[in-house]
Design a protein around this ligand. Structure first.
Ligand SMILES: *[C@@H]1O[C@H](CO)[C@@H](O)[C@H](O)[C@H]1NC(C)=O
Ligand SMILES: *[C@@H]1O[C@H](CO)[C@@H](O)[C@H](O)[C@H]1NC(C)=O
Length: 386
């Protein structure tokens, strides 16, 4: 390969060969998206959340004026998600049954549109635990991001697309991260979505024993690990969130009483990660654009899609809370409280860890970039000290 590339003749031959291959193979590799979707639906490939609408109806609703463009745009994503699902049906099943080689891993999914400022802190968190974790980054391609000067993120960037607030692109990005991590390593057992503003609040070991508690009968029965995702109902903003795409737009797939809300930042068990990448019926609804007058304050579909889907599909399998602390008190324009350097103290770490749930919080957001120094200063003595 390097030899062929070094001669112009070799290069053009190579180009010609790959073009030919593309022309010959492409029609078979990429059926028209509609056909692929129909085939997948016929094969029963969608996760079956309880609300039972027919696949045909859902397909039809995806074919509106905007539908064709959206479906087109997603063809490559669709292929990625199908590949992840197919792999799982083959080799991945052994992993799901706990037969993967080596220990189960935690996949850290970094969703970012700016520099990973806290990379040095994450690096300290990862150190010595490399056999039990993996790292993936979805970086908005329009952001000019500097590669973190630390080894864990090198070569870990997945194919990414633009992400924006107030539309479904953050859902799509999270699905892409999940699919990439499912495909990449059958040992990935948990998938923790974090952003560039998130920081760890405990050591990796503490996180690991929280996610994989030592269990006397572990050998006897494969454990059904819970997903840590916030699932709320009856929040004041829910009627407007539900109607953000128009009156009745979510029907019939998502009746109002099945609609849920929760933090975008979750830690999903592998079976739920798979469920998400296979799912398309709800996704077709949640990716609909919000009405212009709702888009300002009521369009955060990433906070509705995941809790709604998982609560429909496996209500007993989710913890209903997240491991990621956020402070919404005094939030401005949909942004939570962002901590500044001067606020980083051992007391703050303590307060953020505290939780009313079974487990303390393992991560927190949002932290301003200038917090890196103060956080590193208390990393070993406070944050990673259990
Ligand atoms: C959350 O934010 C509010 C308002 O800024 C602040 O008073 C409170 O101390 C914060 N809580 C924590 C745990 O930092
Ligand atoms: C725990 O619950 C109490 C009472 O509802 C509430 O005031 C407090 O903010 C909660 N703490 C956390 C960390 O969510």
């Amino acid at each position: 390969m390097p030899m062929a590339m070094s001669s112009p003749m070799g290069l053009s031959l190579l180009l010609l060969a790959s073009l030919t291959a593309l022309l010959v193979v492409a029609p078979r590799l990429s059926p028209p998206p509609q056909a692929a979707a129909a085939a997948a639906a016929a094969a029963g490939e969608e996760a079956p959340p309880a609300a039972g609408a027919s696949g045909a109806k859902a397909l039809a609703s995806g074919g509106g004026v905007w539908g064709a463009a959206l479906v087109e745009e997603e063809a490559d994503d669709l292929r990625l998600f199908r590949r992840a699902a197919l792999e799982e049906a083959g080799g991945g099943a052994a992993a799901a049954a706990g037969e993967a080689r080596g220990p189960p891993k935690v996949a850290f999914l970094f969703l970012t549109n700016s520099d990973l400022t806290f990379a040095p802190l994450w690096e300290r968190f990862f150190a010595g635990n490399e056999a039990r974790l993996t790292v993936y980054v979805h970086a908005d391609p329009s952001s000019r991001l500097r590669l973190p000067p630390t080894p864990s993120f090198r070569g870990r960037f997945v194919a990414a697309k633009a992400t924006r607030r107030a539309d479904a692109s953050l859902i799509a990005a999270a699905r892409r991260l999940l699919a990439a991590a499912l495909l990449d390593d059958p040992s990935n057992a948990y998938f923790a979505l974090v952003s560039q503003h998130c920081v760890p609040l405990h050591s990796f070991n503490r996180l690991y024993t929280t996610l994989f508690p030592p269990h006397p009968s572990a050998a006897a029965a494969p454990r059904r690990l819970p997903s840590y995702i916030e699932v709320l109902t009856g929040e004041p903003q829910m009627p407007e969130r539900y109607a953000a795409r128009g009156e009745g737009a979510m029907l019939p797939e998502v009746p109002y009483d099945r609609f849920r809300i929760g933090s975008q930042f979750f830690t999903l068990a592998r079976r739920h990660a798979l469920l998400v990448v296979r799912e398309r019926r709800l996704w077709r609804k949640f990716r609909l654009p919000c009405l212009p007058d709702m888009a300002q304050d009521m369009c955060y579909p990433e906070e509705n899609y995941f809790p709604t889907l998982l609560d429909m599909a496996d209500p007993a399998g989710v913890a209903r809370y997240t491991l990621t602390r956020v402070n919404w008190t005094g939030s401005v324009a949909g942004h939570p409280r962002t901590y500044a350097a001067a606020e980083v103290t051992p007391q703050l770490i303590d307060e953020l860890r505290a939780s009313n749930n079974t487990h303390p919080h393992m991560f927190a957001r949002k932290f301003a970039p200038d917090c890196l120094g103060p956080l590193l200063a208390i990393a070993d003595t406070i944050i990673f000290k259990d």
